[in-house]
Design a protein around this ligand. Structure first.
Ligand code: URA
Length: 433
């Protein structure tokens, strides 16, 4: 077998076999097949999409390239949650504690992430002394005792994805539904949980810009899950504007805590309720959405969900006082309020660009070696649908740079202000399972 023949076959529209995909992935991970051939293969896939069977086979090849989590020592129902990534996405920090307060077990190995802000791990690391590296045994014990743990990847999970994703990033081949589905699902299958909740973001700040392509991605992932006897629930959610009010690592943890205290932004709170309720219904803990919402509300009001976050911080050696005292988080040197130059309704607030601004402030990484600044970011005071007078504060910038002119100009352009009130976009578009 030769890589070049497989690339040509794919380019000509033939369906690749298990052996051919194994040859490519195994050869690539072992360093036998070079980047340039895999790049050509990835580009071919962007023009001749992977068939359903190829998506499944590729996922399995990637899954088998590394270790898998063994959750057999965890007592109870293990669930997992994943977001395809969005600006200001701190949902795991709210949904995880909510699910844990019902006794569902979330044993999550998380990533750092490239882009506008850090991943969940970076956010957690903004809590002083919080440990993201735990011995695997302690990790499983923690989940048995408090139902919740989020740590860095201590197992070598899906090394094929690490290599392929880095290559896709620099060859313009990220946005292929089959490649995204196999990348996400190989990691989710390796995480061992039976029920997997996928938050598939749709809109300006997401990979999937429209509901139709997001639905295609969601169906692809549900099918891969089914073939592996896993229950996958994909929720298509709105990412036209940043999620919640805060964008930036410590700022997002503060917003998650506020949400667990029942003081979160309405739309973000709604998203957390909707995602949690899907798993509660799936696992038979609640019979309907109404019942799930009312029970989640109770867990928030009684502070049981917040208590789960506190326990996780305590078990992972973080300073639990941050829950009451936000001044213990890393603090930016400067804050700047940005004022509106126009009057009218916020018609849109470009998520992608706001994310880019957060990255310029230092909240995210361009390259995986980059060090990020956990204190900086943006607090959005005005969002889509809000009315603004000239001079009103649109947002506050938390920065360690004294000169933020570039970011300020960009942010002003992110706010599209019109005379007419825009139609409200739903937070949840669709649930696919
Ligand atoms: N997230 C992933 O893990 N992989 C992709 O390909 C895209 C988003």
């Amino acid at each position: 077998m030769r890589a070049v023949d497989i690339i040509i076959r794919k380019k000509q529209g033939y369906e690749l076999t298990k052996d051919e995909l194994h040859f490519l992935i195994d050869g690539y991970v072992k360093g036998i097949i070079p980047d340039y051939q895999i790049s050509a293969f990835l580009m071919a896939v962007c023009f001749v999409p992977l068939t359903e069977n190829e998506q499944y086979l590729l996922t399995m090849e990637m899954l088998q390239s590394g270790e898998q989590m063994d959750l057999s020592s965890i007592h109870g129902i293990c669930v997992d949650k994943h977001s395809t990534g969005g600006v200001g996405d701190k949902t795991t920090l709210v949904v995880g504690p909510i699910l844990a307060s019902f006794g569902l077990k979330l044993a999550k190995m998380s990533g750092r992430g490239l882009g506008h802000t850090g991943g969940t791990l970076d956010k957690l690391e903004s809590i002083p002394h919080f440990q993201i590296q735990l011995p695997v045994l302690d990790f499983y014990n923690q989940v048995n005792e408090i139902s919740l743990a989020v740590i860095g990847q201590s197992l070598n999970i899906v090394p094929a994805d690490k290599k392929l994703y880095a290559l896709r990033d620099v060859t313009g081949t990220v946005e292929s539904i089959g490649l995204i589905a196999s990348s996400i699902m190989s990691k989710k299958l390796a995480s061992g949980a039976h029920s997997i909740l996928l938050d598939v973001k749709v809109g300006d700040g997401a990979f999937m810009k429209d509901v139709i392509s997001a639905e295609e991605l969601a169906m692809a992932m549900v099918k891969i899950g089914k073939k592996n006897h896993r229950q996958v629930i994909a929720v298509l959610t709105n990412m036209e504007e940043p999620l919640g009010k805060m964008v930036g690592n410590s700022l997002e943890v503060i917003e998650a805590i506020e949400t667990l205290k029942g003081k979160g932004e309405k739309k973000f709170t709604e998203l957390c309720y909707a995602l949690s309720s899907e798993l509660l219904i799936e696992e038979g803990i609640c019979q309907s959405k109404e019942e799930a919402y009312s029970k989640i509300k109770e867990k928030i009001e009684t502070k049981e969900a917040l208590e789960k976050l506190r326990q996780m911080i305590q078990y992972q050696h973080g300073d639990t006082h941050v829950i009451e005292d936000y001044s213990l988080f890393p603090q930016a040197q400067y804050t700047f309020d940005i004022h509106s130059l126009k009057e009218g309704y916020v018609n849109s607030l470009h998520a992608q660009e706001i994310g880019h601004c957060a990255m310029l402030l230092g909240a995210g990484r361009k390259n995986k070696e980059d060090k990020i600044n956990l204190a900086v970011g943006i607090k959005l005071h005005k969002k889509q649908g809000d009315f603004i007078h000239i001079g009103d504060t649109l947002c506050t910038i938390y920065s360690d740079f004294e000169n933020i002119e570039e970011v300020q100009n960009k942010i002003l352009q992110c706010y599209q202000i019109e005379e007419e009130k825009p139609k409200e976009i739903p937070m949840i578009y669709k649930v696919i399972k």
